[in-house]
Design a protein around this ligand. Structure first.
Ligand SMILES: [Zn+2]
Length: 343
């Protein structure tokens, strides 16, 4: 459903396993604990029994996890970011990341922040071999399902099923506690993370950015309130970013409607299907930030050059077509990046 994290800024200001998915969680890097990430093997990744995934045609969680294991087989490292057990749930599900074997300036790919937007996680599963190949050429960090409980139960947030104008749901990507308040840059927008998951995910981003600094970040979302999509470009070049422009062209070539001009319903100006940098306290803003506040101290941010957030239209489009659009996008971007990593 609609706006990615457009409401998060206000939310952040206001208040800011897969049971042993990991049977041997002790062998994994647990970012929340501050331990250094350690790779796991396929045999150590298993989901808890009895997890049922929302039945709208999306892949079951178990199939998503099986796809990620192909990267482990290809030599990628698996990190456990957190075990997510939001209020009202009874089983912990892991939030994981996968890193290609060679560190360095990296392509980061994120999806599944909003649980009612399954196209991105399903497309990542379908594109896993393409991503493995990209990892042979460039360092890649993949966060393939950032809100696993949301995905399983079709809930947008950790604590609320849908977007609301009147209630502030907790987004797993809320970065308000690390981002400077525009009105008072020496202070963060929120005094603490809005959830244990947001705390763990943002700490993972900051820590992993040291060895895998994000050069380009791609975050896959959907918007089920619109029939035409758009792209946020949060990096240095904003609406002029050639990768954003290439992505818009790919989507249009494949029959995905894009709103080329005018404004979003949040009053943001659209130029050629692209919206320039916005202040929304999202994980995307964090990844592009040049300065952040960690435990109250200022430090350099991840400073990604290009930060793209895709909002493809979900209204009136069946899931298979939405997945196909994201898959096409991933494959084209992977091809462009492998051929011209300076993009
Ligand atoms: Zn979203």
């Amino acid at each position: 459903m609609a706006p990615t994290q457009r409401k998060v800024l206000h939310r952040g200001r206001a208040a800011a396993g897969v049971r042993a998915l990991l049977r041997a969680a002790c062998l994994l890097g647990i970012a929340a604990s501050g331990a250094a990430p350690i790779s796991a093997t396929a045999a150590e990744l298993r989901l808890p029994d009895g997890i049922v995934t929302h039945a709208d045609g999306r892949l079951p969680l178990q199939q998503l996890a099986a796809s990620w294991l192909r990267l482990v087989d290809a030599g990628w490292q698996l990190d456990l970011i957190a075990e997510s057990k939001p209020p009202g749930t009874t089983t912990a599900l892991p939030i994981v990341a996968l890193r290609s074997p060679t560190p360095g300036a990296a392509v980061w790919i994120l999806t599944g922040i909003h649980g009612e937007e399954p196209a991105g996680p399903n497309a990542v599963a379908a594109a896993i071999d393409d991503l493995a190949a990209l990892g042979d050429t460039l360092p890649v960090v993949l966060l393939p399902l950032l809100n696993p409980h949301g995905y399983a139960r079709n809930w947008r947030y950790l604590d609320l099923p849908t977007f609301s104008d009147t209630a502030d749901g907790h987004s797993v990507g809320d970065s308000s506690h690390l981002l400077p308040d525009p009105a008072e840059p020496g202070r963060p927008r929120a005094g603490a993370a809005s959830s244990p998951e947001a705390d763990a995910v943002t700490r993972y981003v900051v820590r992993t950015s040291a060895a895998y600094p994000p050069l380009i970040s791609i975050d896959l979302h959907e918007d089920d309130l619109v029939t035409a999509g758009y792209v946020y470009s949060q990096g240095e070049l904003g609406t002029s970013d050639p990768l954003a422009q290439a992505a818009v062209a790919v989507l249009r070539e494949h029959g995905i409607a894009i709103q080329l001009d005018g404004q979003t319903r949040f009053g943001e100006t659209i130029v050629g299907g692209i919206i320039g940098p916005v202040t929304d306290s999202s994980i995307d803003e964090l990844i592009g930030a040049t300065s952040i506040l960690v435990d109250g101290r200022a430090q350099a941010g991840p400073s990604a050059h290009t930060v793209l957030v895709f909002e493809t239209p979900a209204k009136e489009l069946p899931l298979d077509r939405r997945v196909a659009a994201h898959l096409t996008l991933l494959r084209r971007l992977a091809g462009l990046l492998a051929a011209r990593p300076e993009l």
